[in-house]
Structures are given as C-alpha cells and as structure tokens.
Design a protein around this ligand. Structure first.
Ligand SMILES: [Zn+2]
Length: 140
C-alpha cells in the first residue's frame, strides 16, 4: 500500500481491503488481490475435493435399508441425479461440502429403515453393503 495514497476524510476503507474494492470501487492491485483471496475462501468449501469412497458406501448402505434417491433428495435438497452419480461411484472425488452433507445424512438415517422397497431391491441386486458404525463421520 502506497503511503502517498491520498485518503479522503470519512469512512472510505483503506486499500487492500474487500470493503474498499466494493464500496470504494477501487481496482488497485492491493484491493483486487484481497478481493480474490476473499472469493477463494468463499469458494473453498466447494472447490476442495475429497475421496468419494466413504460417500459411495454411505449412500449404498442407505439404499440397503430402503432410502431411495427420491427420499434422499427430499432429505438433503441435493438433486437426485447428483446423488445417483455419487452412489454409483461415478467419480473418484467430490466436493468436501457434498461429502459432508451425505455424512450428516448418514449419521441421521443409518439406523432408520427407509420407506422404499424398490431401493432395497436395487441395493440387493447390486450386492451393496448395509450400514456400519465405521461409516459414521468423525468430526468431519
Ligand atoms: Zn485500492
């Protein structure tokens, strides 16, 4: 930050802050850099990837006890087509946020039989494994 920078009196935030970028509409290097860092932190939860294996197991286990994609969509608000791809192990990784949502879901439902006979039959045809305490999230 240049010490020679003239600062109008009043409430204008200093350079190198998101506030100056937004409220002062400043596009100097310091303000832009700080703005980028801020956006990165915001996006972090979605851009950080984790291995999908525990999520796959949790979703398959929930199917074994009768939780269908439709049920899980209703429980989480996550689109069922996304849940299906996760459950099928289509991807080696997924966002940390998504994995955390499914971990929470599993912790909530793993001992509660779901309503779907179709989900149970589907799980049986695929030899999916039932819920297990080891799949509970550990402070994720
Ligand atoms: Zn600035």
């Amino acid at each position: 930050m240049a010490a020679t920078q003239r600062r109008p009196k009043g409430s204008v935030p200093p350079h190198g802050t998101v506030a100056r970028y937004v409220h002062g509409s400043c596009r100097c290097d310091a303000c832009r850099r700080e703005r980028r860092r801020y956006e990165t932190r915001l996006a972090m939860g979605y851009s950080v990837k984790v291995p999908s294996h525990p999520t796959v197991r949790r979703l398959q286990a929930l199917a074994v006890i009768g939780w269908s994609l439709r049920d899980l969509e209703a429980e989480t608000g996550i689109d069922r087509s996304t849940i299906r791809l996760w459950r099928n192990g289509r991807w080696a990784t997924l966002s940390r946020v998504g994995a955390g949502q499914i971990a929470d879901l599993y912790a909530r439902l793993w001992r509660t039989p779901g309503p779907s006979a179709e989900a149970r039959a589907h799980a049986q045809r695929n030899d999916w494994l039932p819920p297990h305490p080891a799949l509970l999230p550990k402070g994720e």
